[in-house]
Design a protein around this ligand. Sequence first.
Ligand code: HEC
Length: 96
Amino acid sequence: MRRALAAALGCASIAAAMVASAEPPAGAASCSGCHPSTVRVTSPVPRLAGLDRAAIVRAMQDFRSGQRVATVMDRIAKGFTDDEIQAIAAWYASQR
Ligand code: HEC
């Protein structure tokens, strides 16, 4: 699991670096390993770009607390502080 996640994070940062217009905050690049950064990708995992900032924050907090049932996001959300979640949510909300 740890190695798979590390591999996913590695690819994600390369993909994010290619499409991001502004510099993403710490941790944001890891999300695009699973959440597609372009509408051209068909995936059951929703895009984060353009989602409401408050909705992203709320989802992350609910995943972290276990209030919202998840397959992987509960574990991922536990790795981020409130400040990091705020920064990541604001950045994705500003992306198109
Ligand atoms: C390993 C793959 C993976 C990574 C990496 C990942 N996600 Fe997710 N994300 C998912 C999946 C799968 C779901 C659906 C819920 C579930 O089953 O966990 C989801 C759901 C979400 C949702 C809810 C979206 C909605 O509209 O319902 C948000 C918000 C979210 N992720 C944010 C993030 C953020 C922010 C990051 C980076 C810090 C991230 N995710 C990294 C796989 C991932």
